[in-house]
Design a binder for this molecule. Structure first.
Ligand code: NAD
Length: 292
């Protein structure tokens, strides 16, 4: 068996075109332009790059974005006051604080300060908790991207065995909750899991988000499985790879996402979608995050 390769770039492009149309309709019918505020604290080069990508992606689909830069030694109070200002600004529909934050700032305080209605990153405890009950307003972007890829590829989720490798708050746990909410049987593995292969081999759908190159090799994959690789690792020779031995596993899986070009392009796409949905909610258009 040779797996079909999921073209995350193409899916992201198609979705962004749809969102662009929906945004144009919202502007024309209701006079509302979705707005995203991105707060960047300090000068972390990776964070600056991520923020620039988000700002550019917003411009491409017609979302107004505001980039707010703060010095690395900004006080928590000043940062919280800025979030309060953005919470109260009706032209801002989404607020995102780029992580990581400097050590003197308590991340939870900051994330909890963002209005639930503008929490387009999905990190507020209300949205996190909502994943358990199916009532989240904004699912977190990377797990939501995984979900959209599976949806786009018509992968059946209900009744299937899912194994999620990686149990972080931003990827592993939420993706597991989202798939469990859709009636999959889910196991969550992490770095202390004994005999990882025992779990991965049971999986009809294997989602890997560990940050370890070549963690998943063909002997750990069930024939015909769907394999989603969330990992992004930079090798010493400069190559970007995921957590899955792509060349080996693609001979055994039925569907596989590559790195780069799989889940990566979906993350920012879902941020755009959450911001669009947030703006639509302000004029009474409510589309629940499907199945979540
Ligand atoms: P993290 O370091 O916070 O969590 C890693 C998780 O993997 C932990 O639960 C850990 O226990 C588990 N793990 C580590 N080694 C393992 C092993 N040998 N066996 C089993 N489990 C193991 O990382 P994260 O933020 O969740 O990110 C995971 C990966 O996904 C990283 O490579 C990251 O770069 C990537 N990522 C990609 C996107 C995207 O947009 N595509 C977004 C976020 C993260």
């Amino acid at each position: 068996m040779t797996a079909r390769i999921i073209d995350g770039k193409a899916v992201a492009k198609k979705l962004r075109a749809e969102y662009k149309n929906r945004i144009a309709q919202l502007v024309a019918a209701k006079g509302v332009t979705p707005g995203l505020a991105v707060i960047l604290v300090g000068h972390n080069p990776a964070s600056q790059l991520y923020v620039s990508n988000k700002v550019r992606a917003c411009a491409d689909v017609g979302i107004r974005s505001e980039r707010i830069e703060m010095a690395a030694d900004v006080s928590e109070q000043v940062l919280l006051a800025e979030i309060d200002r953005l919470n109260a600004d009706p032209t801002v529909h989404g607020i995102l604080v780029q992580l990581p934050l400097p050590a003197h700032i308590e991340v939870r305080q900051v994330l909890e300060r963002i209005s639930v209605a503008k929490d387009v990153d999905g990190f507020h405890l209300y949205n996190v908790g909502g994943l358990l009950t199916g009532s989240t307003v904004f699912p977190p972007c990377t797990p939501y991207g995984v979900q959209k890829l599976l949806e786009h590829e018509n992968v059946q989720i209900a009744g299937r065995n899912v194994c999620v490798v990686g149990a972080s708050n931003i990827v592993g746990k939420p993706v597991a909750m989202m798939l469990m909410q859709q009636d999959a049987t889910v196991s969550i593995c992490h770095k202390l899991t004994r005999d990882l292969a025992m779990f991965t081999l049971l999986a009809d759908i294997l989602v890997v988000a560990a940050g370890v190159p070549n963690l998943i090799v063909p002997q750990m994959v069930r024939t015909g499985a769907v394999v989603i690789d969330v990992g992004i690792n930079r090798l010493p020779d400069g190559r970007l790879v995921g957590d899955v031995d792509f060349e080996g596993v693609r001979k055994k899986a039925s569907l596989i996402s590559p790195v780069p070009g799989g889940v990566g392009p979906m993350t920012v796409t879902m941020l755009l979608f959450n911001t669009l949905r947030s703006a639509e909610r302000t004029v009474g258009i409510e589309e629940a995050a499907p199945g979540l």
